[in-house]
Design a protein around this ligand. Structure first.
Ligand code: CTP
Ligand code: CA
Length: 226
């Protein structure tokens, strides 16, 4: 007899994963964004699917093929991502914020192309909502995973994000390393959780990193039930 609970530990679980770098419009032909490719989020979507989850991918990139069996929705801005995630949140078991959400957006968006002049151009930016922190405030049992992309003091900043955003797990990577982080094929991460020793995952493909992240999350979700 197949033991589905063991082989498919996320069977029956609803998992939402965000991926890619959001685009914040300046005008109809220009935007602000970042170096995120979305690869880590897509690897997580595949891994969660393979572990039996019902996966929804909220993606800010259209450059990667949508994994088979994964429901996806394309969003452009942090605001669109925010409303999509908040709208689904009550119904989910796990959210993984792998997206590189823009921290700021232009305060105003021009409806027509901005023309150049001979003067300097000043762009005023306003802060976006911190989606993960918002989920941390609203959570009612959902397991919340965030990322921390850092160039220095990784542990310090990751633990700060874990606490400040009320996340259950922060996956930290050092984006100054040439084999980790934005737009790379591989990653190397440290998984931080409250009251647990950090788990270090040495450099490997993003698909394999994704599996390790989900195994750690499944472990911790079981702890909560015991
Ligand atoms: N995040 C989010 N909404 C934002 C900014 C970040 O949900 N507006 C999420 C990211 O998806 C990630 C986590 O918060 O899971 C940490 O993102 P990061 O950019 O590392 O942290 P910030 O809090 O934005 O701090 P900073 O960029 O200054 O390091
Ligand atoms: Ca940020």
């Amino acid at each position: 007899v197949l033991n589905n609970a063991k082989e498919l530990p996320l069977k029956g679980k609803k998992v939402l994963i965000t991926a890619g770098g959001t685009k914040e419009r300046i005008d109809p032909v220009r935007f602000i964004s970042n170096d995120s490719s979305g690869k880590m989020g897509y690897s997580l979507a595949k891994a969660a699917r393979d572990l039996g989850a019902e996966v929804k991918l909220v993606t800010a990139t259209n450059l990667l093929p949508i994994p088979f069996g994964v429901e996806s929705i394309y969003v452009q801005s942090s605001e669109e991502m925010e409303s999509e995630v908040l709208d689904k949140f009550h119904n989910l078991d796990m959210v993984i914020m792998a997206a590189a959400v823009s921290d700021y957006r232009p305060k105003t968006q021009a409806n027509v192309k901005i023309k150049k002049t001979n003067e300097d151009l000043t762009l005023v930016l306003e802060k976006t909502t911190d989606i993960l922190a918002e989920l941390g405030k609203r959570k009612t049992g959902q397991f919340l995973i965030g990322f921390a992309a850092e160039t220095n003091d990784v542990e310090h900043y990751a633990l700060d994000k874990l606490k400040r955003k009320n996340a259950d797990m922060i996956v930290a990577n050092d984006v100054s390393k040439e084999y980790a982080g934005f737009n790379k094929e591989t990653n190397e991460v440290t998984i931080f959780q409250a009251d647990k020793e950090p788990i270090q995952i040495s450099v490997r493909s993003k698909d394999l990193i994704a599996e390790e992240i989900l195994y750690a999350a499944i472990d911790s979700m079981h702890d909560d039930v015991d």
